[in-house]
Design a protein around this ligand. Structure first.
Ligand code: ADP
Length: 397
């Protein structure tokens, strides 16, 4: 079965066509600047060169049309026609409490997703536009929603409730939802496979460290806690996001900087994290690592503060699960930066963790970096959210 995986943002759309039989990517690409001057689609057929074409896209329907044209192009395409696309898997950011697993999309599901828009105003409406565009152009092809939040719906009440008046939860559904669920799900399963252990009998901590970053605790096959909250702003220090802070800082900043709440949130989302801590040097860990090695104070400060926060979460989740069997690193930083992994793991000697410093230099490959006698296994596992979406789509159909 060929599954088209769509990840639709407000002005961009990432796509991959995956053959579910052999799990190979047949073709993939990206539409950028949708609805803005200078729209461009890039498409890479499996084994071929990347083709970049400037083409106006006034909306997401135009973008999907171009995606289909690229996939079915006589010369550079990868399938003959639309009939060769058997299903579409959509990444949907927020499924609220309504969705605890992937779902076939019908009108009722569309409405239920729309009702979650409040919880992810930047993402969900864009995701839904992508679904509508595909429904219009491929009315007979099943469309499946795969939610970032679904994997975390197994969290117990004590993990998802905030210390707010309970009616805030009842009235507005304010609670911890968590994100990157598809990745945490994929990586925790891959960890069990790598260790040859039963998924339902493991205690795993997954550190998804990319530009956005989150940690999750998976006990006996269920997510029991995660660091992102109602929104993806909570938890770890990220590329440009602050993560956890004293909520009273918001009012303090409004007063001091003469900003409204939106101005302050803009700082917390776009000007904070390692970018803010490094005095706006960079949100990219490659730059920060270089600076760290050169002894630049701002880079050392940013990376050390980031790593300390990750280590604190690992400690907290070890307590929450009363132990841990495996710690996994994934996403851009987690997969590629042995440097960052080593700083984080230095805090965890008390767990009886020892790592092989040579193997820890591995980039972007699934590998065990702990030594044979380490009490807790430490794994690097490249995440693959598109493949996870394709797998869930096929499983549903
Ligand atoms: P997102 O999906 O949240 O945008 P990614 O998981 O793609 O993020 O991670 C992107 C980040 O990964 C980059 O900003 C960079 O900090 C980091 N990264 C990528 N490659 C490397 C590398 N070789 N060494 C260190 N960090 C890297």
């Amino acid at each position: 079965m060929n599954v088209l995986v769509i990840n639709c943002g407000s002005s961009s759309l990432k796509f991959q066509l995956i053959d579910s039989e052999n799990e190979k990517v047949i073709g993939k690409g990206l539409c950028e600047r949708i609805g803005i001057d200078g729209s461009v689609i890039s498409f890479t057929p499996n084994g071929g060169e990347k083709i970049v074409t400037k083409s106006p896209m006034k909306d997401h329907t135009d973008a999907i049309k171009l995606v289909i044209d690229a996939l079915t192009d006589e010369k550079t395409g990868v399938v003959k026609n639309l009939n060769d696309i058997n299903a579409v898997g959509h990444r949907i950011v927020h499924g609220g409490e309504k969705f605890n697993k992937a779902t076939i999309i019908d009108e009722e599901v569309m409405k239920a997703i729309e009702e979650c828009n409040d919880l992810a105003p930047l993402h969900n409406p864009a995701n839904l536009i992508g679904v509508r565009a595909c429904q219009n152009l491929m009315p007979n092809t099943p469309q499946i929603a795969v939610f970032d939040t679904a994997f975390h719906q197994t969290m117990p009440e004590e993990a998802y409730l905030y210390g707010l008046p309970y009616d805030m939860y009842e009235k507005y559904h304010i609670r911890r939802y968590g994100f990157h669920g598809t990745s945490h799900d994929f990586v925790s399963h891959a960890a069990a496979d790598m260790l040859g252990k039963n998924y339902d009998e493991l205690k795993t901590i997954v550190c998804h460290l990319g530009n956005g970053a989150s940690v999750s605790a998976v006990k006996n096959g269920k997510c029991v806690d995660t660091s992102m909250g109602l929104t993806p702003l909570e938890g770890l220090i990220m590329g440009t996001r602050s993560g956890d802070l004293d909520p009273a800082i918001l009012e303090f900043l409004c007063d001091k900087e003469n900003l409204d709440i939106h101005g302050v949130l803009n700082i917390l989302n776009k000007k904070s994290g390692v970018y803010g801590l490094s005095e706006e040097l960079s949100s990219d860990f490659r730059d920060l690592e270089d600076g760290y090695i050169e002894g630049k104070e701002n880079c050392i400060r940013a990376v050390d503060t980031f790593c300390y926060r990750v280590a604190k979460y690992i400690g907290a989740y070890t307590a929450a699960m009363n132990g841990v069997d495996a710690i996994c690193f994934t996403a851009g930083v987690g997969e590629n930066s042995g440097f960052v992994r080593e700083i984080i793991l230095k805090y965890l000697g008390y767990l009886g963790i020892t790592i092989d410093k040579e193997i820890n230099k591995t980039r972007g490959k699934a590998v065990e970096i702990s030594t044979a006698d380490s009490k807790v296994k430490v794994l690097v596992i490249p995440t693959n959210e598109e493949l996870a979406i394709a797998r869930q789509t096929v499983a549903l159909l």
